[in-house]
Design a protein around this ligand. Structure first.
Ligand code: BTN
Length: 268
């Protein structure tokens, strides 16, 4: 199926994006299954897609989240978009640096609005206090040991006021500040900030990106409650490995975990 058959395209625009390439080619869709799927389809079906292309949707009817979860977002109220990057300079082993750069870009865009209760919850959730404001689904297309292209899907709750019962941990900018925000303004800020961190990565400033990520991390260096392998325990996040594994110290013993292996236990 031609990707344009299942989407209504509203506009092509590029006027409020001050960066060099992220957001310069912006496609806004009225409705799509998932902006990540849409981007993946145009990558495989059509002429080369410029790096920095952004696909934004008013409504996603099959939005995808981490770990095969669905991503629900009230139509027209929030940001649901995907960015195409081509980080061919990044080795597959270092792909978590892209997660760091993108998380930091989103963080820096929102921080002037929300202040320092904003955190990045490992690996790439955006938290305000103990509530989730948004997250990302990064899908890398690999070629040998290199990343040929990366589809960066981002979902952020901006103007949604009410969340379904099953999403009790969700919050939005509107719930926090009691004010509506212009989606395109926040999108432009996010694109500009992601581009800045991405260019830092490209320029080899890996330590800067890694250290900044650690400094924005939720529960970093705090004694908290976790669950792993069916057992609850107290521990302290002491770092994140180059490859993205979380390092937690418990009783002076450091253990590394991947996303499926550890749960953060709030309110305990
Ligand atoms: C998460 O589980 O926290 C990640 C959510 C990612 C949702 C975004 S919305 C835009 C893009 N398209 C998708 O289908 N998913 C991502």
């Amino acid at each position: 199926m031609n990707v344009f058959e299942f989407s209504i395209i509203i506009t092509l625009q590029n006027n409020i994006f001050s960066g060099l390439f992220v957001g310069q080619n912006l496609l806004t869709l009225k409705e799509v299954d998932s902006t990540n799927n849409f981007l993946k389809n145009i990558l495989s079906n059509s002429k080369p897609v410029p790096e920095g292309t952004v696909i934004m949707a008013e409504t996603q009817f099959a939005g995808r989240g981490q770990q095969n979860n669905q991503w629900h977002s009230e139509p027209g109220k929030n940001l649901t978009f995907s960015i195409l990057l081509k980080p061919t300079f990044l080795a597959v082993a270092d792909q978590f640096d892209l997660t760091r750069a993108v998380s930091l870009g989103v963080y820096d865009a929102l921080c002037p609005i929300l202040g320092d209760q904003l955190k990045i919850k490992w690996p790439n959730d955006i938290y305000y206090g103990d509530k989730k404001l948004g997250g990302m689904l990064i899908e890398n297309l690999l070629q040998g040991q290199q990343i040929k292209s990366a589809i960066i899907g981002i979902g952020l709750n901006i103007n949604q006021e009410i969340f379904p019962d099953g999403a009790s941990n969700a919050t939005s900018v509107k719930q926090i500040l009691q004010k509506d925000y212009d989606l395109r303004f926040i999108l432009a800020e996010i694109c500009n900030n992601i581009e800045a961190y991405y260019l830092n990565l490209k320029a080899g400033k890996i330590d800067f990106v890694r250290n900044t990520y650690l400094n924005r991390l939720y529960w970093f260096k705090q004694n908290k409650r976790f669950k792993a392998a069916g057992t609850e325990f107290n521990g302290t996040i002491t770092g994140v490995k180059e490859n993205g594994l979380l390092v937690v110290d418990s009783n002076n013993k450091e253990t590394t975990y991947n996303l499926k292996e550890i749960e953060f236990l709030n309110n305990k």
